[in-house]
Design a protein around this ligand. Structure first.
Ligand code: DNO
Length: 396
């Protein structure tokens, strides 16, 4: 029988309230980590990488995946300094290679990484979940950011819903909305101001989806040959949410987008992070079928579920609940592993992590990064590994 998926857990570094001891008690053996203190675009030195790796190893764990080495904005907008930042990116990959870290996740989302409007959405049982509430985002865009073009992008009903939402919340809730949306980057407490955000948006005025895709291809053509030589597997993370927001283009949201990535520079080093939570927010993404077709390019799995609502909103559901059929997803993953094993590929134990978790029980005592509670994610991981075992034992 071929090996199971590699169970990993995201850890935000020494200041993460979820300690490495806690990580190892979840049963995960791999850690997903990044050097969040190094500004986006700057080189990660070998010393810094080794120091972090030693901390992880001293806890009996392995640094399995880097999530993420972020892409400097100049690369996404093709600004004049992009080649310099690509060189720096390659220097970081070389140092990761020296430290024997071989899987690197990244994303190509303009300005903001993932976006939620509510980071404490209460489910009927009191658990706290993350939610993307479409009227709240529209309210922010139309009436707080006051982006002119937004008035032609949202239809009348959406504008009405946005206004009604805005009128229904008090000043504190409004402040929380701004903070949630502007807290763009994982692993930092940095919240953009509205003015900073506007400056960033301005830089994208000449970058539509076609241009952003071209800029992605340019980046891939430059780094993938290097990654290949180093034996590093790059894996792009999809957009979250998987549709344009704030008039910014989003180009990694559908199966066609993922195909574009792998075809732009065909290589074993040019792969995917298959995030069921991000991709699952679109009803037209058939996740098990996508895994069947694109499986060989998957180097990293984020397993999470969202419950889609009727108006483009969604909230994060239990890992085995929600709109995505996790049983079918897992089955497709196991078939992919079987194919890999039969064709002699070495990467059968694809790293997977329970992506996000609710806040449950004692999680409320800790100020963890949104979505990165200990118990909620442990519950997700436990369910996922049970699902994997059950399917595998009954299928094979
Ligand atoms: C959120 C994450 C994203 C992801 C990056 C990958 O929890 O899934 O922040 O790490 O977009 O580059």
């Amino acid at each position: 029988m071929f090996p199971n998926l590699e169970q990993t857990f995201r850890w935000y570094g020494p200041s993460d309230p979820v300690t490495l001891t806690a990580v190892s008690q979840t049963g995960a053996t791999g850690v997903v980590n990044a050097l969040h203190h190094i500004p986006s675009g700057e080189v990660w030195s070998l010393d810094e990488i080794e120091a972090r790796k030693n901390i992880i190893q001293s806890a009996g764990l392995t640094w399995s995946v880097v999530e993420s080495v972020n892409i400097h904005e100049s690369i996404k907008t093709a600004a004049s300094e992009r080649d310099r930042y690509i060189e720096k990116y390659i220097a970081t990959l070389k140092n990761l290679h020296k430290a024997n870290i071989k899987t690197v996740c990244y994303n190509f989302m303009p300005v903001l990484d993932w976006t939620r409007t509510d980071i404490d959405y209460r489910l009927p049982n009191g658990a706290s979940a993350l939610r993307f509430h479409a009227p709240a985002l529209a309210a922010f865009d139309l009436y707080i950011l006051e982006r002119e073009a937004a008035f032609s992008e949202f239809n009348t009903d959406q504008q009405k819903a946005a206004k009604a939402y805005l009128d229904s919340i008090d000043e504190d809730a409004k402040k929380a909305l701004v903070k949630n949306v502007m807290a763009g980057l994982p692993g930092t407490d940095k919240v953009l101001t509205i003015d900073e955000f506007k400056t960033h948006l301005e830089k994208y005025k000449d970058t539509d989806a076609a241009t952003l895709k071209e800029n992605l291809r340019y980046f891939l053509k430059a780094i993938i040959p290097e990654a290949e030589q180093l034996g590093i597997k790059m894996c792009i993370h999809p957009d979250d949410p998987p549709f344009p927001i704030f008039g910014l283009p989003r180009v990694i949201s559908t199966e066609a987008d993922l195909e574009y990535v792998v075809n732009s520079c065909p290589s074993d080093s040019n792969g995917l992070t298959f995030c069921t939570g991000s991709l699952g927010a679109r009803a037209d993404n058939d996740l098990p079928a996508m895994i069947n077709r694109l499986g060989k390019h998957i180097h990293f799995l984020h397993l999470r579920n969202v419950q889609r609502e009727t108006d483009g909103s969604f909230y994060e559901a239990n890992h085995l609940g929600g709109s995505t059929d996790m049983y079918e997803v897992m089955k497709s993953v196991i078939w992919e592993q079987k194919r890999r094993s039969e064709s002699g590929r070495e990467d059968v134990a694809i790293p997977m992590r329970p992506d996000h978790g609710h806040k449950l029980l004692d999680d409320f005592r800790y100020n963890t990064f949104p979505g990165y509670s200990a118990i909620g994610r442990l519950k997700g991981l436990a369910e996922l590994r049970g699902l994997e075992l059950g399917i595998k034992r009954s299928l094979l």
